[in-house]
Design a protein around this ligand. Structure first.
Ligand SMILES: *[C@@H]1O[C@H](CO)[C@@H](O)[C@H](O)[C@H]1NC(C)=O
Ligand SMILES: *[C@@H]1O[C@H](CO)[C@@H](O)[C@H](O)[C@H]1NC(C)=O
Length: 450
């Protein structure tokens, strides 16, 4: 979201750990915890956990650390994670940043942290683990909400560094140093509740470099690209186990000029192709707000845009980038013209069906993360897109159905081609062929693992 907002199979991981531990003891299994075990990883443009396909349904809840900073409010984090787990949601994207003078700032000034706020983030990570929900943690905001890029540049300016504008964030060595320092602080943090280092924690699915990078001084995407390259290498030098993504909305830049016609009429200084070609970037993301990006157009053309936006990025992720795609933000605002809940439901349903169909046909998609879940009584955090699952039974039903569909599809892929055939009588032979092909590849893979 560009506006103010910047700001099952659901076993608990503890249970999974318990089972694997017992398994080891009972069978006298000599299997030691392998490199990267239980982390979400990528194999052949698909998400996997311990080699098995991981298709998911997820959500955004940007406010979690902020709310968890006040121990009296933590029940809201717990409530949302619990509601989410009940609806089969298994991935949550949230902010690991709050920069500046705000009373709930994580980073008060460069390198100076509020331990109380960090413990709020510790709580979020610990609680997500409890409910079997994996986290995507973002390091900084593009926008001024919660500090962001403008705050980083302002810090430099106020300490006497010559800076012109907020885009110096991408190039100024002092500012880049501040950013790297923050990344290191978060990655090397040891959780005060679980005692697990963030870099060792399988609850964390991925790091995100920056929420929705944009750059006005270079629309080609090259300035952002140089920054992504440098920072991606830096993150991987600290942490080789976790996945990494940029935080892109999906706008095309100069690498494939013909793709620019898919943009909603403008560029923002990113390049979906070149930014995601960076070797250290593990998966691609798009955000989608046709209601804002094409606010002048009717719902049908907004929906057409949405279809095109998704299919063009599926195709590029699969055939050019060979990395899986996450629809990392989408939603429908109650501020939209003619909004009502059933409209929101049918919009979400359409996006979900699209994701499922792509996943089922063997496409490179992991899942979608709706923007955004909240708990009851959080008025100030609302932005029009908020969903309170416990108060929206119809939406809860649609979310749950999608979670179930994605989990079932994961299981079918895991169990091999016979099961898939049994469940997909309506699908084409092309689809089945793809399943067989993937199942075959998995077998080959399994054989080569000692
Ligand atoms: C993190 O993992 C490393 C390597 O397995 C281990 O040496 C270290 O003790 C772990 N630290 C924490 C706090 O989890
Ligand atoms: C929601 O809006 C649609 C189209 O404007 C309308 O057909 C439908 O009856 C409305 N639903 C509710 C529950 O108000």
């Amino acid at each position: 979201m560009a506006a103010y907002i910047r700001s099952s199979d659901v076993f608990s991981l503890a249970f999974i750990l318990y089972v694997s531990l017992v398994g080891c003891i009972c069978e006298g299994n000599v299997k030691v915890a392998g490199e990267g075990e239980n982390f979400v990883q990528i194999k052949e443009a698909n998400f996997v956990i311990n080699g098995s396909p991981f298709l998911f349904n997820g959500f955004n809840a940007y406010w979690m650390m902020n709310v968890a900073t006040d121990p009296e409010e933590r029940c809201k984090v717990t409530q949302v994670l619990q509601d989410a787990a009940n609806a089969g949601l298994s991935v949550c994207r949230t902010w690991a940043f709050a920069d500046g003078a705000d009373d709930k700032a994580l980073q008060i000034s460069p390198g100076v942290y509020d331990e109380r706020v960090f413990q709020g983030l510790d709580f979020v990570v610990a609680e997500a683990r409890k409910y079997g929900i994996r986290l995507i943690l973002s390091f900084v905001n593009n926008y001024k909400d919660f500090g962001g890029r403008p705050q980083y540049v302002e810090w430099a300016r106020s300490s006497g560094v010559q800076v012109q504008n907020d885009d110096d964030f991408y190039t100024n060595p002092i500012v880049k140093g501040y950013y790297k320092n923050h990344v290191e602080r978060v990655i090397t943090r040891v959780n005060t509740i679980t005692k697990i280092a963030y870099k060792n924690d399988t609850t964390i699915m991925a790091w995100e470099l920056i929420n929705e990078p944009r750059c006005q001084v270079d629309y080609s995407g090259q300035m952002v690209n140089a920054w992504v390259q440098e920072m991606a290498v830096f993150v991987k030098s600290l942490d080789q186990y976790h996945l990494l993504e940029v935080g892109l909305e999906g706008f095309y830049g100069d690498t494939m000029p013909e793709r620019k016609q898919v943009n909603p009429g403008y560029q923002v200084g990113t390049d979906f192709i070149s930014n995601n070609l960076v070797k250290e970037i593990d998966f691609t993301t798009i955000h989608a707000y046709p209601d804002q990006w094409l606010s002048g157009e009717n719902e049908d053309s907004q929906m057409e845009f949405m279809q095109r936006w998704m299919s063009s990025h599926y195709e590029d992720s699969r055939s050019i980038l060979k990395k899986p795609l996450v629809i990392a933000e989408f939603g429908k605002s109650n501020k939209d013209r003619d909004y009502n809940v059933s409209k929101r439901d049918s919009y979400m349903n359409a996006v979900y069906r699209n994701i499922y169909t792509e996943a089922k046909s063997g496409g490179a998609v992991g899942g979608g993360l709706v923007w955004q879940l909240m708990a009851d009584g959080m008025g100030a955090y609302g932005d029009g897109y908020e969903i309170i699952l416990s108060e929206s039974p119809s939406t809860n039903g649609i979310v749950s159905q999608q979670s179930h569909a994605m989990t079932t599809l994961s299981r079918m892929l895991r169990n091999g081609p016979q099961n898939v055939r049994g469940h997909s009588s309506s699908s084409s032979s092309v689809t089945n062929h793809r399943y067989l092909h993937r199942a075959h590849n998995r077998k080959v893979l399994r054989k080569t693992v000692p």
